[in-house]
Ligand binder design. Structure first.
Ligand SMILES: CC(C)(COP(=O)(O)OP(=O)(O)OC[C@H]1O[C@@H](n2cnc3c(N)ncnc32)[C@H](O)[C@@H]1OP(=O)(O)O)[C@@H](O)C(=O)NCCC(=O)NCCS
Length: 177
């Protein structure tokens, strides 16, 4: 299987959105609105074009996508910039073949290279820890909404970088529109 990874381009948008809709179709813990979220993030100032990455198969079809966008972790003293990972999608025909893991690896490397220092994710507590994510509560980082503690996770892109960070995560408006 020859899969390549590259930055998403505007010409890809409709194909990416169709892929996201298909990837989440059989998920139960979702409102099936993820493709609309991606559209709103792209139009917002939280969007980082190089951190919208697609996986492409040999026929040039988009079969996976990952998106990281700007958030901040805020307390009374400081606002620390961070990234939200949301969403990650692999086409149902291509799931469980390692493509999600490769998208994660590619995304984490690009995020680190671009100078970002941490990532926050809300998701499956038995999926993200394999990439190093831990409950955000370990650092006193909280979600701005009610969520099971183990599903709200954080990853340090530089060891120790979250040690002096605590507070509530502020998502861009794209997440609440
Ligand atoms: C989650 C997703 C991106 C993983 O991509 P993938 O290419 O199938 O993942 P990989 O092949 O790299 O890894 C497969 C592993 O992930 C696990 N996994 C996949 N989906 C999972 C889920 N929803 N919860 C927990 N583990 C999951 C598989 O059980 C498998 O585990 P194993 O390695 O121990 O056998 C993909 O399944 C997907 O698009 N799902 C629908 C959308 C979604 O739920 N996105 C994440 C929102 S939090």
């Amino acid at each position: 299987m020859n899969i390549t990874f590259r930055q998403e381009q505007p010409k890809d948008y409709s194909q990416t959105e169709a892929l996201i809709e298909q990837a989440f179709r059989n998920e139960v813990m979702t409102d099936h609105q993820e493709h609309f979220l991606v559209d709103r993030i792209r139009k917002s100032n939280a969007f980082i074009p190089e951190l919208s990455i697609v996986a492409v198969n040999q026929q040039n079809n988009i079969i996976g996508h990952i998106l990281f966008s700007i958030i901040s972790i805020e307390n009374k003293e400081q606002a620390t910039p961070s990234l939200a990972l949301a969403p990650i999608s692999v086409h149902p025909d291509y799931q469980n073949k390692g493509i999600g893991s490769m998208l994660m690896k590619e995304g984490l490397e690009k995020a680190k290279a671009a100078g970002y220092r941490s990532i926050i994710v809300l998701g499956h507590a038995d999926y993200y820890p394999r990439f190093g994510f831990k409950p955000a509560s370990l650092w006193g980082i909280e979600a701005p909404f009610d969520v099971p503690e183990e599903a709200f996770m954080a990853l340090e892109l530089e060891p120790g970088v979250l040690e002096r960070t605590s507070g509530i995560v502020h998502y861009s408006k794209a997440f609440s529109e």
